[in-house]
Design a protein around this ligand. Structure first.
Ligand code: PLI
Length: 464
């Protein structure tokens, strides 16, 4: 087939059309100034009706397909043994390859159960960069998280194709230092959210597996965005270009002993998660624990209809045209910002574009919360809601209570799946550019209320 000489390549489009719409409202700048001040300059505390384009998170903000909605009508709301549970179990087994599945209300429910089962006081849990809720559950169970991601992950401009990789030397040093018995498991995230949605390669995962097996340490995957990770492996890693996303995902999971999962991301639902395990005894224990915190082991805090939607969403998530369009949209936004010289985390990640707040506001110190301030400025400019992923999210050291100072001080523009159009991405990019142009006048913030746990969700600030 001949293409027109004007086109270097053929464009692609989303593999769906819109069947139902939800109106969104543009507010005035004065409205937004008032709203963000009332919200204590924390985008988590805004009312969503005051938001124009909501890029706070990709968690539970997905648009479900007509098939998923049809599945909701097939909800079997029996207390025990719901048909939908068995459909979910079948989907997890088929696409992720694990033997046992315990549903949970969302990802942190699974993290809680896994941490309580495996971590003892004084243990160390190595992982490829922390995630907020994951680390918190590890600490609550008495563990200490140890970051063993490669150093490139902490450098926003570094173009390493697999910035989520584990530093094998750092892992070996930790094992030598504390002993394998003090390491209940390795926590392996795919992709790495706090590094910018960066993937881990198959080769690295395989190498981590070999090392872990040698020391008898299990690996648990944070599978929240493992499908997106599989896409990057397909696109970037030698030998995987011709393989399907489903085949790559299955191989990837085969190097791990189980996973915690927030179905609210890859699996295209608004609520739901699971804990998957291969070990029979551990599964027995998880089945027992889930009844204490979430619900019976065949619903884990979910309605039957939620499990059905998730089972269908899993199958949809590994479709090539879906994942290409999903990550393609993130790429579209990121490319635009790069072309305009705006500092973002490179390479562009899977679920979000991350603005480098340190590079935006070099005149602000980290104690002036540059990323928190930048997210507020963006909201004031256009009603686009983003999220801080810097010093506020990092919180305090568990032992000393001292403020942590992460190298990355970022604002995340997170793209919900199948929700916004290219035009929404254009408006977002233009607003970021506007805020970038006014960067020299930006002022920092002071924290006036600091919650005890996961402070970024509810902290309040004032303009300095
Ligand atoms: O929000 P949950 O409890 O369903 O999932 C927790 C969770 C675990 N791991 C990872 C990598 C996440 O990104 C995650 C939740 N992320 C949120 C809410 C986000 O906005 O990124």
């Amino acid at each position: 087939m001949k293409t027109h000489p004007r086109f270097e390549r053929r464009s692609w489009a989303e593999p769906w059309k819109v069947k139902i719409v939800e109106p969104i409202k543009m507010t005035s700048r004065a409205d937004r100034e008032r709203a963000i001040a009332e919200a204590g300059y924390n985008t988590f505390l805004l009312r969503s009706e005051d938001v124009y384009i909501d890029l706070l998170t990709d968690s539970g903000t997905n648009a479900m397909s007509d098939r998923q909605w049809a599945g909701m009508m097939l909800g079997d709301e029996a207390y025990a043994g719901s048909r939908n549970f068995y459909n979910l179990e079948r989907a997890v087994r088929e696409y992720y390859g694990y033997r046992h599945v315990v549903p949970t209300h969302q990802g942190r429910g699974a993290e809680h159960i896994l941490s309580q089962m495996l971590i003892r006081q004084g243990d160390y849990v190595p992982g490829n960069m922390y995630f907020t809720t994951t680390r918190h559950h590890q600490e609550l169970a008495g563990g200490t998280f140890v970051d063993i991601v490669i150093p490139e992950a902490h450098e926003p401009a570094n173009e390493h194709p697999f910035k989520g990789n584990i530093d094998l030397g750092a892992l070996e040093r930790l094992i030598a230092q504390v002993g394998a018995r003090k390491i209940p498991y390795i926590c392996l995230a795919a992709t790495v959210n706090m590094a910018g949605g960066q993937p881990i390669s198959m080769a690295n995962t395989r190498a981590v597996r070999e090392l872990a097996l040698h020391h008898g340490i299990p690996i648990f995957l944070d599978g929240t965005r493992a499908v997106e990770n599989a896409y990057f492996i397909q696109q970037r890693e030698e030998g995987y270009g011709g393989k399907s996303i489903a085949a790559i995902l299955k191989e990837f999971c085969s190097y791990t002993d189980g996973c915690t999962m927030s179905g609210k991301k890859d699996a295209l639902v608004n609520i739901g998660g699971w804990l998957a395990l291969n070990d029979d005894k551990l599964f027995e224990e998880a089945r027992n624990l889930v009844v204490v915190y979430e619900g019976l082991h065949t619903y884990g805090g979910l309605a039957g209809r939620d499990m059905e939607a998730m089972a269908i969403g899993i199958a949809e998530s590994v479709q090539q045209d879906h994942i290409r369009a999903r990550i393609g949209q993130v790429e579209y936004l990121g490319r635009k910002l790069i072309d305009w010289g705006i500092p973002i985390v490179r390479p562009i990640g899977g679920h979000a574009v991350y603005l480098d707040a340190k590079a935006f506001y070099p005149h602000l110190t980290q104690d002036q919360f540059p990323a928190q301030a930048l997210a507020a400025e963006l909201y004031i400019d256009s009603g686009v809601r983003a999220m801080e992923r810097g010093i506020v999210s990092a919180g305090r050291d568990k032992a000393t209570g001292a403020q942590r100072y992460p190298k990355l001080e970022l604002v995340r523009l997170t793209i919900p799946r199948r929700v916004y159009t290219q035009a929404h991405m254009d408006v977002t990019a233009e607003s970021v550019a506007e805020v970038y142009d006014g960067r020299e006048a930006a002022r920092g913030l002071t924290m006036v209320y600091e919650p005890r746990y996961l402070r970024f969700f509810q902290a309040r600030f004032e303009r300095a």
